[in-house]
Design a protein. Structure first.
Length: 359
């Protein structure tokens, strides 16, 4: 590890230990400059040096996690953060979810302070009234701090979860916990909603697609797809083509739509919105909402199955993908043999077309 980075991290820790806000911010800035100008090797060194300290940080010092996320954007490896940052963000959401109830009990429903650190002492002092009755001082302090620092933890985690190597390294139970805790605070935090959605992203996931018009089936593998709007566009790009070559008949999506769903500017706007080419139903006959996510497609016999139906009317999509920095994959592995395709057609349930958008 570069000597300069070791020295700066030691200084940063010393500033936090002495509770020197100005000194902490100044050193954090210097550490960021060293990581940015030193290239990926220096950025990785900063991440690895900061990772062991993140678990115990709270309040304004959660900005340390934001710096770690920035180092990833500058080319550093995020892998040293796999076993600390998701867990710390999850804890912050759990504690944050409990704040309104505890505050209401302590104040008889007075309005909560704005989630800015200048109000932190007031919140800690007010929640401290409950310490003897319900929970210890330390837990109440962590809870109060979560009201102000949760967004920093989430901001850093989003930066990492859009990257497939990090996302796939996070243990499944941790992802489940992230989804559950994000749902509890998503009504007041857009970042929490995004974390919940990213924690549900599927990678290296088998997908089977059936086309009733041609009685063909396709085996695909998907990963890094943020929502079903994006899936619609990518499916159309991969599957629509010359039926003589085993593809699905129909009008191919515009190249601009595919780019917006992949790695171009995701914003299509109103001048050139993507238009869905299919209605999708799962193997149980349920309509697959474009507003949903691939993880919500209910597996059939352990495999996520989509059945293609012709569109009815024009359904437009102005955003190619919801996570600009997450690159999706959707590969057609093979066209199924007719006998294997028939086995799947025998398994799937008829489409239940009882929804306005499905009809």
């Amino acid at each position: 590890m570069p000597t300069e980075i070791t020295s700066l991290v030691d200084d940063l820790v010393a500033q936090m230990m002495s509770r020197s806000g100005p000194g902490y911010r100044q050193t954090l800035h210097r550490l960021g400059e060293a990581a940015r100008t030193g290239g990926p090797e220096s950025a990785t060194a900063v991440i690895e040096a900061l990772a062991p300290w993140l678990r115990g940080l709270q309040g304004d010092y959660a900005m340390t996690a934001v710096l770690a996320g920035a180092c990833v954007e500058w080319g550093g490896s995020p892998m040293a953060l796999v076993d600390v940052l998701p867990q710390r963000a999850s804890e912050a959401m759990m504690l944050n979810a409990a704040v309104p109830e505890f505050w209401a009990r302590a104040t008889r429903w007075r309005p909560l302070p704005e989630p800015v650190s200048a109000s932190c002492d007031r919140l800690v002092k007010t929640l401290g009234k409950l310490a003897r009755r319900d929970v210890d001082d330390g837990s109440l302090t962590r809870m109060a701090m979560s009201w102000f620092d949760m967004e920093d933890w989430l901001k850093a985690l989003i930066t990492l979860l859009v990257r497939a190597p990090f996302r796939t390294a996070v243990a499944a139970p941790v992802k489940t916990e992230l989804r559950e805790r994000a749902a509890a605070v998503a009504d007041r935090s857009q970042r929490a909603a995004w974390v919940g959605q990213l924690a549900a992203v599927l990678d290296d996931e088998p997908l089977l697609v059936l086309d009733p018009r041609t009685r063909r089936g396709y085996a695909l593998t998907m990963g890094g797809i943020g929502d079903n709007y994006q899936l619609h566009t990518l499916l159309a790009d991969r599957l629509i083509g010359d039926p003589e070559r085993g593809l699905v008949a129909g009008e191919r999506p515009a190249r601009s739509w595919v780019e917006a769903a992949t790695d171009g500017d995701p914003n299509l706007g109103t001048s050139d919105p993507a238009i869905r080419r299919f209605r999708l139903f799962d193997g149980h006959g349920a309509y697959v909402y474009p507003e949903g996510i691939p993880a919500d497609i209910e597996p059939l016999d352990g495999t996520r199955v989509l059945v293609l139906h012709a569109p009815k009317g024009t359904f437009v999509m102005g955003l190619g993908r919801v996570f600009e920095h997450m690159t999706p994959t959707l590969e057609v592995d093979r066209v199924l043999e007719p006998a294997q395709t028939q086995v799947w057609f025998d398994r799937v349930a008829p489409a239940v077309e009882n929804d306005l958008m499905a009809g």
